[in-house]
Design a protein around this ligand. Structure first.
Ligand code: PLP
Length: 373
């Protein structure tokens, strides 16, 4: 048996850790921001029949240009976009990887603002792109001033703006995106994986696309669409961006089955997104409930909540897991992240947290020792 370190692997990959969110199957899974609501039965039936006809043609390669899917995605996004503005891949992770392949690579740099999506540095590493982690304010907000300052110092070939930011949930003002775009001459990627959870009145960076040919808005069907298992991510941008990605993608990268399933879901977008309002309600219940228990709850525009003043994150994680509930440790000191579940799952989580507090005391008391008299 050999080990990884014995192999003639690239030096820049030596010692790196792969993406590793624990994939434990327990009763209440609130750890990777999935939509915990299943695809409605009627939509499942339509997807099945589309898959059946796709299967009858799988002796042939799929439509390499996934034209029908690009039409459907453009129709879904609106904003005057057409199929030429759209590109898709196996999850938005592959979208981001292709962007790094085309616009990053050896000797080039990508900039993000930590704490942010843990895949960015891994995708940078895999494509030989340098990764610079900028920072955020103490409450994880990102101001134009701070972002532009980083852009001027780093001169990145790519900037990754996660909006709202995972794992913190923090929304991002469009002014920050505009300021970063103006300050940079690289590709500016706005990762809107959670766009469908935006609060009323918050605008998508799609509104900024006209006239900004280096701006890319990345989306996914993994979260709001309850389609994480299918692997379908996409972007909207100037048509030249898609042309750049055609140079690095694998031929026929979107299987006929993936295309058929995604078309089925998009044909029922309203039904697929019907649970979004309920998920937002559960997210707000989590935020209120955790605040009442004394935790520090961060502002969120997504389907998850980051909370702080957790004295012993590992202890909370393990005691919840013992009750069949999994949430996420993100490596942010004294913080944990939890995804909104169904109403019943959310209640289970909040009840388990209340029991934890009964056993161990309130976080405020635990976090700040009473003054010595
Ligand atoms: C979940 C998530 C994605 C989505 O990844 P897929 O590959 O589309 O499943 C992308 N960006 C962020 C910030 C995410 O949290």
């Amino acid at each position: 048996m050999t080990s990884l370190s014995d192999l003639p692997i690239r030096d820049d990959l030596r010692g790196r850790e792969p993406y590793g969110a624990p994939q434990l199957h327990v009763r209440v899974e609130l750890n990777v921001n999935e939509n915990t609501h299943p695809v409605p039965d009627a939509v499942q039936a339509d997807i099945m029949s589309r898959l059946q006809s796709a299967v009858s043609g799988v002796n042939r390669y799929p439509d390499r240009e996934f034209t029908e899917l690009r039409d459907a995605l453009a129709g879904y996004l609106g904003h005057g976009l057409t199929r030429d503005n759209i590109w898709a891949a196996n999850g938005s992770n592959e979208i981001l990887q292709q962007l790094m392949q085309a616009f990053g690579g050896f000797g080039r740099t990508a900039l993000g603002f930590a704490p942010t999506y843990s895949m960015y540095p891994l995708l940078a590493a895999g494509t030989g792109t340098g990764w610079v982690a900028g920072d955020r304010d103490d409450d994880f907000e990102l101001t134009s001033e701070r972002a532009v300052d980083w852009v001027r110092r780093v001169r990145p070939d790519l900037v990754l703006l996660c909006s709202p930011n995972n794992p913190t949930g923090t929304p991002l003002d469009l002014e920050v995106i505009e300021a970063v775009y103006d300050a940079s001459d690289g590709i500016v990627v706005v990762d809107e994986a959670y766009a469908e959870f935006f609060p009323e009145g918050e605008s998508s960076a799609l509104t900024l696309l006209p006239g900004r040919e280096r701006l890319v808005v990345s989306r996914t069907m993994s979260k709001a669409f309850a389609f994480a298992g299918v692997r379908l991510g996409y972007l909207a941008a100037d048509p030249a961006i898609a042309d750049a990605l055609r140079l690095v993608r694998l031929p026929y990268h979107l299987s006929a089955l993936t295309q058929a399933a995604a078309l089925g879901a998009l044909a029922h977008a309203d039904e697929m997104l019907a649970m979004v309002e309920d998920i937002k309600r559960q997210r707000d219940r989590i935020a209120t409930g955790l605040a009442e228990l004394g935790f520090l709850v961060h502002r969120t525009s997504s389907n998850f909540v980051l909370f702080g003043e957790v004295e012993n994150p590992r202890g909370v994680f393990e005691e919840l897991l013992a009750e069949g509930i999994i949430i996420r440790e993100m490596g942010i000191p004294n913080h944990l992240r939890v995804s909104a579940g169904t109403e019943a799952e959310t209640t289970e989580f909040l009840d388990a947290m209340a029991r934890y507090i009964e056993r161990h005391g309130s976080p405020k008391r635990a976090a700040s020792p009473s003054p010595v008299g």
